[in-house]
Design a protein around this ligand. Structure first.
Ligand SMILES: Cc1ncc(COP(=O)(O)O)c(C=O)c1O
Length: 361
């Protein structure tokens, strides 16, 4: 496919990667046990800490986010985990616990609703839990949960670690690891950071590292203690995706040059445009007040044919997301994250209007 045939991705990951970022990946390989690699890694570290707003280490794994969701519970849960579930990816974290033989209970909200701190506080009173999992931005439903408030409740309990998936929010919505006292915060490269898929970045607090030293099932490949030991020397335990790290080094400069506040404001603007458009034509899937700034999940109340809409959109050079999980058939999703600009969203929505108007639906 030539670049001109490429439909711009308004899907919730992978997102569009700018040609300048892609170009960095054509640079020659370097060995990952040498000075050039250490220099590359040393440049990336502080930039990741700025984006995560933390002074804790932000480690990098050559793996998709699911692997680090698994690693997070393996490295930190000793007694019992409380999984806050309000969509497909938060449900995944519970499934991961079960698959790994980790004792875990779920606290459920209907899909489309945000996690609320009150019921979390009630459940934590039992004193049974030593970790809580939560997904900040549920990519399946387009809901952002009030993480600062949830974190406050978890922080009020001693020795309960907070594990947060910010896979589809970090780089687009506010995430403040230190202010919110998040113990493990993980994000994939392929969403609002606008990098290709393949890397997961994760911050680990001192408490989480200390806990990991006592967790025998933390495994080998994603042992946080070992990762941290290597990180201190600007290396990684196993062969990393070097080309993706070139891209990361370059893209983090672009993100920080834009400025985190400006980047969030751009995401907010695109989200508001998309939400206003969707409310006038369909219904939002997310409950009012908790809609995501990085993607909008739209209830397909007019029963439009989404695959045929996408076929028409591709002729114009764009692609949107279908629904996900158990609401796949009832919803579709428009992602407005990464390096996408407000004018592109406006153009996309005009195209959709042309197409669905033309089909008479
Ligand atoms: C919120 C969230 N968590 C986790 C994942 C899983 O990420 P990966 O496919 O990189 O393992 C996704 C993927 O879309 C996601 O949106």
């Amino acid at each position: 496919m030539s670049p001109s045939d490429h439909p711009r991705l308004f899907i919730p990951g992978p997102t569009e990667v700018s040609p300048a970022v892609l170009a960095t990946m054509t640079r020659p390989m370097i060995g990952h046990r040498g000075k050039d690699f250490e220099a590359l890694f040393a440049r990336i570290g502080p930039k990741l800490q700025s984006v995560f707003r933390t002074h804790h280490p932000v480690l990098t794994a050559t793996a998709s986010a699911t692997a680090i969701m698994e690693a997070a519970v393996r490295n930190t849960v000793r007694a019992r985990c409380l999984c806050l579930v309000n969509g497909a990816f938060s449900d995944r974290w519970h499934q991961i616990c079960v698959a790994n033989g980790i004792a875990a209970d779920r606290l459920d909200w209907d899909w489309g609703r945000a996690v609320r701190p009150g019921p979390v506080a009630d459940r934590l009173k039992s004193g049974r839990y030593d970790a809580v999992t939560v997904v900040h931005n549920e990519t399946s439903t387009g809901v952002t949960s009030p993480l600062a408030e949830i974190a406050e409740v978890v922080a009020s309990q001693s020795d309960v670690l907070l594990l947060v998936d910010t896979v589809s929010s970090l780089g687009g919505s506010r995430v403040d690891v230190d202010a919110w006292r998040i113990d493990v915060c993980l994000a994939g490269s392929q969403k609002a950071l606008a990098l290709p898929p393949g890397l997961t970045f994760f911050s680990v607090s001192d408490r989480a590292l200390e806990r990991a030293t006592t967790c025998e099932r933390r495994g080998f490949a994603f042992d946080f203690v070992q990762y941290h030991e290597f990180w201190k020397k600007n290396v990684v335990p196993t062969t990393p995706a070097v080309s993706l790290l070139y891209a990361t080094d370059f893209q983090l400069d672009r993100i920080l040059a834009e400025g985190l506040e400006a980047r969030m404001a751009r995401h907010r603007e695109m989200a508001e445009t998309t939400r206003a458009w969707a409310r006038a034509r369909f219904e939002l899937y997310a409950e009012e007040g908790f809609s995501s700034d990085t993607l909008t999940a739209i209830r397909n109340s007019r029963s439009i044919d989404v695959p045929s809409l996408n076929r028409e959109l591709r002729k114009r050079g764009a692609e949107i997301g279908t629904g996900y999980g158990k609401i796949q058939a009832q919803t579709f999703r428009i992602a407005h994250m990464g390096d996408i600009q407000p004018a592109e969203i406006r153009q996309l929505l005009e195209w959709i209007d042309d197409i669905i108007g033309a089909t008479g639906r």
